[in-house]
Design a binder for this molecule. Structure first.
Ligand SMILES: Nc1ncnc2c1ncn2[C@@H]1O[C@H](COP(=O)(O)OP(=O)(O)OP(=O)(O)O)[C@@H](O)[C@H]1O
Ligand SMILES: [Mg+2]
Length: 247
């Protein structure tokens, strides 16, 4: 094991835990950098490359440390599960919603703008016409509101494909929260969803419950091992809500 790798392990054992999601923990390294570590052994290398590609094209993502992206994976000075990236300051969009620092209507508008901007960037690998880089998990807990503007985090689900699938996934994620009787943020989730859908224009068609991107999004969510059986049970009601709120 190389010396720098040992240093990172020691650092993360002592660094402040800044945040924890379902799959990863984020530790402060210093004022400028954080280390995000998958708890389940997932590999962070691919998303690091995508984030770096997007940053180079002006999309708001945390800058990724060059030490995370190297041609030879064995030469990485961090573990495969780890991503060293720019430390952001500011609340998540979810926190800002709960604190009433922004309205659900504003949140939906920001999410729509981020999706539209992301989908203007050419795909990195795919040659299929119309395919773009997709986030596939864009919701208020994956956006941080910094003094430089909103920044999108948590690229673990990123893939390349048609933009409509990204819109449909984002809509369905909000709808699942909105129809969850035990969720404390069901009402804002419904309002954010409504605003997001109001920003759908004629260039994106998410389809319906049986065909198109909404149906594909439903299938993806149903197959997501991170979802509890109870969350999967809410999917049909969530699809119905998206259809009802869509103009
Ligand atoms: N670059 C960053 N700078 C500062 N804090 C961050 C940064 N990235 C993430 N965080 C904090 O860590 C938390 C978890 O990050 P992230 O969403 O990447 O984890 P996750 O496990 O993938 O989440 P999920 O539950 O959505 O799967 C965020 O909500 C945020 O508070
Ligand atoms: Mg997250």
């Amino acid at each position: 094991m190389s010396r720098p790798f040992l240093d990172w392990i020691l650092l993360v054992q002592t660094g402040e835990l800044l945040g924890s999601g379902r799959s990863a923990d984020v530790f402060a390294i210093d004022d400028g950098w954080v280390l995000r570590r998958y708890r389940d052994g997932s590999d962070a290398a691919d998303e690091a490359v995508v984030m770096s590609y997007l940053a180079d094209r002006g999309f708001p993502v945390p800058a990724v440390s060059p030490m995370t992206i190297v041609a030879d994976p064995d030469a990485r000075s961090v573990a495969r599960t780890d991503l060293v990236m720019q430390r952001l300051s500011g609340p998540t969009m979810l926190r800002a919603l709960i604190d009433a620092a922004i309205t659900p209507e504003q949140a939906g508008g920001i999410l729509a703008h981020l999706l539209r901007r992301l989908h203007t960037i050419p795909a990195r690998a795919s040659t299929a016409p119309g395919n773009r880089i997709l986030h596939l998990d864009l919701h208020p807990d994956n956006v941080m509101l910094t003094s430089q503007g909103p920044v999108v985090i948590d690229w673990c689900n990123t893939a390349e494909g048609p933009p409509g699938l990204d819109w449909a996934m984002s809509a369905l994620i909000h709808a699942q929260v909105a129809v969850d009787p035990v969720s404390e943020v069901a009402t804002p989730a419904r309002l954010v969803l409504s605003s997001l859908l109001a920003h759908l224009d004629g260039t994106v068609n998410i389809g319906d419950a049986r065909t198109g991107y909404l149906a594909q999004a439903r299938a993806r969510r149903a197959a997501d091992a991170a979802l509890s059986p109870r969350e999967v049970e809410l999917l049909d009601t969530a699809v119905t809500l998206v259809m009802a709120l869509r103009r």
